[in-house]
Write a protein that binds this ligand. Structure first.
Ligand code: ZN
Length: 185
C-alpha cells in the first residue's frame, strides 16, 4: 500500500513538471507579452510605423499621395472623439470609447488622400491617377497586402479611412494588458 502511494505521488510530480514545462514553453513562444501596469504607449508599434512608410512609398509609385491624418490616440482624445455626436454636437464619428480602439494601443492609423490641387480629401471615388480605379481602394489594397485590416471591410460600421494591425490580439486582450511583442535588436 505504501509503495502504491509512493508510485502515485511520483506520477503526480512528473505530470505537474511536464505541465509546467509546457506552460513555460507556451509563455516564451507566445507572440504576446504582458506589460507592466501603468505603461503609457507613446508611439505607433514599430511594425505599424514601418508598414505605414512602405504604404506611402508604394502609393507614391502609382501617383497617389497618402496622408496619415491620425495615429496613436490617448484615452482622453478617444473619449473626446466618442463625445462627438453624443454629449457634443455634430455627427457620431466613432463607436469606440477610451481603450476600445486599436488607435489607443498604437496599432491603427487613419488615412486620406491629397488630390492634384493639394487638398486633403475623403472622396472614396476619386481617381487622381486616372487608371479607372478609385485611389482610395487602391491604397486599401496595398495596405491589406502589408498586413493591415481595412476599416472599409468592417461589416457593422465600415470605417473607410481606418487601418489596423491586430497581431491576433482582440481589444479585450489589449485591455487586459496583452501587447504584441516588439523585436529587440
Ligand atoms: Zn481609425
Amino acid at each position: 500500500m505504501k509503495a502504491l502511494k509512493h508510485f502515485t505521488l511520483s506520477w503526480i510530480v512528473i505530470i505537474l513538471f511536464i505541465g509546467l514545462l509546457f506552460w513555460f514553453y507556451q509563455l516564451t513562444n507566445s507572440p504576446y507579452e504582458r506589460v507592466v501596469e501603468g505603461e503609457t504607449i507613446t508611439e505607433l508599434h514599430p511594425d505599424v510605423q514601418e508598414a505605414v512608410e512602405t504604404l506611402i512609398d508604394r502609393a507614391d509609385d502609382i501617383d497617389i499621395e497618402v496622408v496619415i491624418t491620425d495615429g496613436l490616440r490617448s484615452e482622453e482624445e478617444q473619449d473626446a472623439l466618442y463625445a462627438r455626436g453624443r454629449e457634443d454636437g455634430g455627427n457620431i464619428v466613432t463607436h469606440a470609447r477610451a481603450g476600445e480602439s486599436y488607435h489607443n494601443y498604437g496599432l491603427a492609423v487613419d488615412y486620406a488622400i491629397r488630390n492634384q490641387e493639394g487638398e486633403i480629401i475623403w472622396d472614396i471615388h476619386y481617381d487622381g491617377n486616372n487608371n479607372g480605379e478609385s485611389d482610395w481602394f487602391e491604397v486599401a489594397e496595398i495596405a491589406k497586402d502589408l498586413g493591415f485590416e481595412w476599416g472599409g471591410d468592417f461589416n457593422r460600421f465600415p470605417d473607410y479611412p481606418h487601418l489596423q494591425m491586430t497581431f491576433g490580439l482582440s481589444i479585450s486582450e489589449l485591455q487586459r494588458g496583452y501587447r504584441p511583442s516588439v523585436e529587440h535588436e
